[in-house]
Design a protein around this ligand. Sequence first.
Ligand SMILES: C[S@@+](CC[C@H](N)C(=O)[O-])C[C@H]1O[C@@H](n2cnc3c(N)ncnc32)[C@H](O)[C@@H]1O
Length: 257
Amino acid sequence: MSAALVLGLLPLFAWLSAGLVPWPTTWTPVNLMVLAILQGGIAALLARILRAPVWWLWIHAVFMPGIVLAHRLALPPEFWLACFLIVLLVFWRTDIGQIPLYLTNQPSRQAVLSLLPQTPCKVMDIGCGDGALLRHLARARPDCLFVGIEHAPLTWAWAWLHAQSIANLSIVRGDFWTYPFHDCQVVYAFLSPAPMSRLGVKMHAEMVPGSCLISNSFAISELAPAAIVDVPDRRRTKLYLYRPGEKLMAGDSWLSK
Ligand SMILES: C[S@@+](CC[C@H](N)C(=O)[O-])C[C@H]1O[C@@H](n2cnc3c(N)ncnc32)[C@H](O)[C@@H]1O
């Protein structure tokens, strides 16, 4: 049985375990919350034993108590439909691409800004989210052209609206895998571990020598980065810099050239 299947079945095991406890038959719905908390605790414990990533423990722990709580609010079904649509329009096809939404923080924005070439250039953020990073860069570097590509409709609409007053920033709705990188001097990616190998292949196929791919947090395991920049933030962000079209060797510094 695959690990994913086992993890997926954990809540069921936890319900069965919680159900084995001899609960008093007179219990009211208030006590249902106790049962839900117990279920969540057991599921989180089992996930920990199976060495699931820590965020899975949190999901298991709060999922069922959250459902019990939400049920008690007795909100109209339209409310939950609206919530579902908002989540869908923001996270779009995360199930396929495995690239959810999280944003580049302020210290990382500064670090990316300091890594841009001194001369005018074109910078593309592949999966630009709310576009906040690009707005920051575009205002700081009016001599450069910034392009953001985003496929989630609501996130794209937000980024597009807020880019209207910035002349050197354009936000495009689409799938970044279909956009060529050849005319970009810098491509910025803050994605997830899942697409990194494919991104490395695309970088080598399409980016010209002298350009640079900056990946926030996620390395391309098949390639040695030209440099790794440590960002002074709480999550100890690392920016991995890759240069296409050159023999890549660990320790080679793009910054010193
Ligand atoms: C981790 S967020 C990064 C957001 C932004 N670049 C930043 O650093 O603040 C990744 C974004 O990529 C978008 N995304 C994922 N796959 C995509 C694809 N194939 N084409 C365009 N956007 C994509 C997601 O919707 C999400 O908004």
